[in-house]
Write a protein that binds this ligand. Structure first.
Ligand code: PSU
Ligand code: MN
Length: 304
């Protein structure tokens, strides 16, 4: 039934048919997570890095209501510049598809479409989580429920401290989602390698992660895994500076009454403004790093 809604790029379909590693990539990071033209440049470069590391990239988005798995260069350009691209999470999919609209997929909806296409590994920058103040706002990203239910591994750079990292970890624990540190005992906090929180397990290699994924899914334990890969030392931000920038951004979001799906894009934009663009540079570098590690994990997984 679902196949009628999917458009899988021929290169991606070929890799899937030949049982070769494919990496899913999201598009909210392009349309709502970074400014133009760095967003499109980053998306292109990430696809290149995935190829260099032995996998086939499949950037996912919704165009004219079609669930696209693998995009053309013009598609990427459109997602980077278009002004009619909705931020599409799980709850948005039905109407965007039925009304033939355009949508950039979040971690949650990228996982959904990846799973429909048979893709097991997904690389991004950061996942959504439990927002600070969620005890009153109830703002908990749908990404967490998706990680609980959908069999796709997500390689990211940890959780940003625009979120309540402690509560995000508690939520993931409740839902049985392993949080794995890639060569680290400490959960990275996106812009920095430090967060003050521990991961559940440290993986020493890509193969370690691949073996754990295989075991999880062989055992019928549904859901994904968070593989947290720290930003490279030379690209991380000063801990105190980024903490202050995030706190100022949160205060402004509160004063302006920003909530719901606008919250994450607003905070990312503000942090970039406050850090005079430095946070964007770090963001781009950590995505490149995740693409390298994620592709190698996929290669190991497909060899098991
Ligand atoms: N974190 C980032 N950049 C992003 C996002 C998160 O550093 O672009 C996006 C991802 O697509 C993620 C979404 O799935 O924000 C979470 O939004 P929400 O909290 O509204 O679920
Ligand atoms: Mn939210």
């Amino acid at each position: 039934m679902y196949k009628q809604y999917l458009d899988i790029h021929p290169e991606v379909q070929k890799a899937l048919d030949e049982n070769k590693p494919v990496i899913a990539l999201e598009s909210t990071i392009i349309s709502h997570g970074m400014p133009y033209p760095q967003n499109v440049e980053t998306a292109r470069k990430v696809e290149e890095i995935v190829r260099e590391n032995g996998a086939v990239p499949a950037t996912i988005a919704i165009l004219n209501g079609r669930l696209k798995v693998g995009l053309t260069d013009e598609d990427l350009e459109y997602l980077g510049q278009g002004d009619d691209i909705l931020k599409a999470s799980r709850r948005d999919l039905p109407f965007i598809v039925a009304k033939k609209l355009n949508g950039a997929t979040t971690v949650a909806s990228t996982m959904i479409v990846a799973a429909l296409a048979g893709i097991k590994v997904f690389v991004t920058g950061g996942i959504g989580g439990v927002h600070r103040g969620a005890e009153t706002t109830f703002d908990v990203s749908a990404d967490l429920q998706e990680l609980a239910n959908t069999n796709v591994a997500v390689i990211c750079a940890g959780a940003k401290s625009i979120l309540d990292i402690g509560l995000t970890l508690e939520y993931l624990e409740t839902h049985g989602v392993p949080v794995v540190g890639f060569k680290t005992e400490e959960l990275p906090a996106f812009y920095t390698r430090k967060s003050g929180f521990s991961v559940d397990y440290k993986a020493d290699s890509e193969l370690d992660v691949a073996k754990a994924l295989k075991a999880k899914w062989d055992l019928g334990l549904k859901g994904g895994m968070v593989i947290a890969n720290p930003i490279p030392e030379e690209h991380q931000m000063d801990y105190d500076a980024i903490t202050k920038a995030i706190e100022d951004a949160l205060v402004e979001a509160d004063e302006k009454g920003i909530s719901g799906k606008e919250s994450t894009p607003f905070l990312l934009g503000k942090v970039k403004e406050i850090t005079k663009g430095k946070s964007l540079e770090s963001n781009i570098e950590l995505v490149f790093n995740n693409a390298r590690v994620g592709s190698k994990i996929a290669v190991e997984l497909y060899n098991l």
